[in-house]
Design a protein around this ligand. Structure first.
Ligand code: HAM
Length: 419
């Protein structure tokens, strides 16, 4: 027997239906905001992520699944969607074809070779949006409120949106200098990872959950006090804009993100049943990335987006929300004799043709057994056809919730159930 690969999930029955439920709500929300779908490949050139997600990020240095194709080129299973969407936009010149701003939504699997644990998989599914060609804070606020409403709409309780600014090329380098100076004084108490980050990705130290690093981080200078006037003004506008909407949010001045392309606004969503102290408690995250399109060879185009992990959202839902599938539907056929199957096949076809969900197990076991299966099937009614009913082209229509039963002619079943 060959088992599944560690950190991967099979989804079936309730778990597949739950995922579909969340995805369906997300899709209608994205469309409500006027976004359009984009679907990019799962495999890209490794170079794409090295140049965008960031050469020194954990994702690129440790977590990518890469392999060589037959021509010796390095390919990767995508660890995230954003670079793939920028690549598609630049490659196909979508800004010229469709005009700016471009507003996309997407769903799809992402792959990261992380240590699997609750809420952390090696294949996870993201649902997200990317907006290109909108420089103003209205776009940041639209994306943040969309992300927040996505969580609330999925049924997550106590959602909060944490946001920050990580500045721009004008102010961030000076802040990094101050940060590194301060962290270097306590270097010996930092974990091995953070000592490494001090050299090539110092901002990421702020995100370390290690206890001794946390003590040092609490005393480290915050970027808010080192932003240039333009970035400080921008952060104030974001704060005011969010304040005007009914969004539970908070400026978190040590919030940074694990990807390199962000400029100014960054944010994360938390809530529900996930322990907020866990590194993997973020239900979603995103921010502005004004330089990435240009860095990947496109025209200078501001951008902002976010994405959320479907599996984490489902983990954070309260029990009662999990099987909120909208009530029982359709009929379950209970046929007692094999010689009636031929005609019942046609009946099932007619019922489905009229739009009635019709479940049939092709069983001839006892009435009791079949009604037991019907009860578990999610159908609202059983349509029971025994020899007597068959002779009269009728069925006993049994309401599976109340147990009430009545005779209905086959050709009146759809009408009766609609009425
Ligand atoms: P990210 O924060 O790396 O951002 O991932 C987004 C979300 O995906 C996380 O908040 C989390 O819910 C989920 N996620 C990430 N890794 C895992 C994992 N190993 N297992 C389960 N869920 C996971 C991005 O990927 C950016 N592309 C977001 C973005 C879009 N920024 C701008 N536009």
């Amino acid at each position: 027997m060959v088992n599944k690969v560690r950190g991967m999930q099979d989804n079936y029955m309730e778990s597949a239906e739950r995922r579909q439920g969340v995805v369906a709500r997300a899709r209608s929300l994205f469309e409500l905001y006027g976004y359009r779908e984009i679907d990019t490949p799962v495999i890209e050139f490794t170079e794409l992520f090295r140049r965008s997600t960031g050469e020194f990020t954990d994702i690129v240095t440790k977590e990518m699944y890469t392999f060589e194709d037959s021509k010796g080129r390095s390919l990767a299973l995508r660890p995230e969607g954003t670079p793939t969407i920028v690549r598609a936009m630049v490659e196909d010149g979508l800004q010229n074809k469709y005009g700016l701003p471009l507003k996309f939504y997407y769903f799809g699997p992402m792959f990261r070779h992380e240590r699997p644990q609750k809420g952390r998989l090696r294949q996870h599914t993201q649902m997200g949006v990317e907006v290109f060609g909108a420089a103003g804070v209205e776009a940041d606020i639209e994306v943040m409120s969309l992300a927040y409403r996505l969580m609330v709409g999925a049924g997550v309780k106590d959602v909060s949106l944490l946001f920050n600014s990580i500045g721009c090329a004008a102010c961030r380098p000076a802040y990094l200098g101050v940060l590194v100076d301060s962290l270097k004084k306590k270097q010996k108490d930092l974990c091995d990872n953070c000592r490494q980050r001090l050299e090539n990705n110092p901002l990421r130290v702020l995100d370390c959950k290690n206890e001794s690093c946390q003590t040092i981080i609490k005393e480290a200078p915050v970027i808010k006090n080192h932003l240039c006037d333009a970035c400080a003004g921008n952060l104030r506008e974001v704060e005011q804009g969010l304040g005007a909407l009914e969004i539970n949010c908070c400026l978190e001045d040590r919030l940074v993100r694990g990807l390199d392309y962000y400029t100014r606004t960054v944010f994360e969503l938390r809530g529900g049943a996930m322990d907020p102290d866990l590194a993997q408690s973020a239900l979603g995250g995103g921010g502005r990335y004004d330089n990435l399109v240009k860095e990947l060879g496109g025209p200078d185009t501001p951008a902002v987006g976010f994405s959320s992990g479907l599996e984490r959202v489902i983990l954070s839902l309260p029990e009662a929300e999990l099987d909120n599938t909208g009530g029982a539907l359709g009929v379950f056929l209970v046929v007692l004799q094999k010689e009636h199957f031929e005609r019942v096949t046609r009946l099932a076809d007619e019922l489905r043709g009229a739009g009635l969900k019709t479940i049939w197990d092709f069983s001839t076991s006892s009435l009791k057994k079949q009604l037991g299966r019907a009860g578990k099937s999610g159908a609202a009614h059983a349509v029971i056809i025994g020899p007597e009913e068959y002779a009269k082209q009728e069925a006993q229509l049994k309401d599976l919730a109340s147990g009430e039963q009545e005779k209905v002619a086959w050709d009146r079943l759809v009408k009766r159930l609609e009425g």
